[in-house]
Design a protein around this ligand. Structure first.
Ligand SMILES: C[S@@+](CC[C@H](N)C(=O)[O-])C[C@H]1O[C@@H](n2cnc3c(N)ncnc32)[C@H](O)[C@@H]1O
Length: 283
């Protein structure tokens, strides 16, 4: 059994933070998520890990983290296995537009795991808004971000993440969320943070890798949520606050939460409102 604050108080090294900017990342909502998480649980499972904002705040000592994005999961694994090799490779990159497009266009099929992780982190730190988006052929297609001083080789943080992942029992897997959900047992805490259901037809971003997360995927996820709840898992899920999602989880505790959202294509036009829900199968 582990408690919500255990990892944080046991940490004696630099506290790790997400190493990538991630669309839908939960950094802004972490305090609220922590307030709503169960106080104690067996294992921690996060099947849509992305940047791992909640993971790095809970720092569970026994967990399974997974995502469908192979480049993201490869980066977690390389950070765990060889942070110094990764840092050496990251230091070779240059924050220059022409170089960025060269790296973006590289064929990754013959690259080593370190080279792939290094490319992935470099592109994330230097691309526009830290987005990860692929075209229909599965090729990363976000443009250069023109940042003055991106922190490409953040040694303190990568070493901190590596110590944490190695000092705890953390399984890192590249797989569909259903496979990870199938590994959950009674008493485990599972946090689901899927691609959100769009608020409008055009507004939201649901495409992280080849293939979308469609309405039928949201329905299938809700079925998984129902069956894990029957199994005796502690469950928490984030999504957008739309009637379709509220209907799928109406038997559970659905909390409408205030979040900011772009309401205009201009970056400064952010609107606050009850745009998201947090669903729990406990009080
Ligand atoms: C909203 S993001 C998670 C953000 C994360 N909580 C954070 O703090 O950065 C959703 C994630 O789900 C992943 N994903 C999309 N479809 C998936 C699937 N079928 N199975 C597992 N992961 C999936 C995406 O690659 C993306 O990383």
């Amino acid at each position: 059994m582990q408690s919500l604050t255990q990892g944080r108080t046991m940490a004696s090294w630099t506290i790790p933070r997400p190493f990538v900017k991630w669309a839908g990342g939960k950094r802004q909502l972490v305090d609220l998520l922590l307030k709503n998480a169960p106080v104690s649980f067996n294992r921690y499972l996060e099947p849509f890990i992305g940047g791992g904002a909640l993971l790095f705040n809970i720092l569970p000592h026994n967990a399974i983290i997974s995502d469908i994005n192979p480049e993201l999961i490869n980066a977690y694994k390389v950070i765990a296995k060889d942070p110094e090799g990764l840092l050496a490779s990251l230091r070779l990159h240059r924050n220059e537009e022409e170089y960025f497009y060269q790296v973006r266009g590289m064929d990754i099929s013959n690259m080593s795991e370190i080279e792939r992780a290094s490319r992935f982190i470099f592109l994330n730190k230097t691309c526009f808004n830290g987005l990860y988006r692929e075209n229909s052929k599965g090729k990363f297609n976000v443009p250069f971000g023109r940042y003055k001083n991106p922190n490409i080789d953040d040694g303190d943080n990568l070493r901190a993440i590596s110590s944490y992942l190695n000092g705890s029992k953390i399984e890192i897997l590249c797989q569909d969320y259903k496979t990870t959900a199938g590994m959950a047992k009674a008493g485990d805490f599972v946090y689901f943070d899927p691609p959100y259901h769009p608020i409008s037809q055009t507004a939201s971003f649901t495409r992280y890798a080849k293939g979308d997360f469609a309405a039928s995927d949201q329905e299938a996820l809700a079925e998984t949520f129902h069956s894990l709840s029957k199994k005796g898992c502690h469950l928490m899920l984030s999504n957008s606050n739309v009637p379709f999602i509220r209907e799928l989880y109406k038997e559970f505790n659905v909390i409408e939460i205030e979040a900011s959202r772009f309401i205009n294509c201009k970056a400064d036009k952010r609107g606050k409102g009850l745009y998201e829900v947090l669903v729990k199968n406990y009080d």
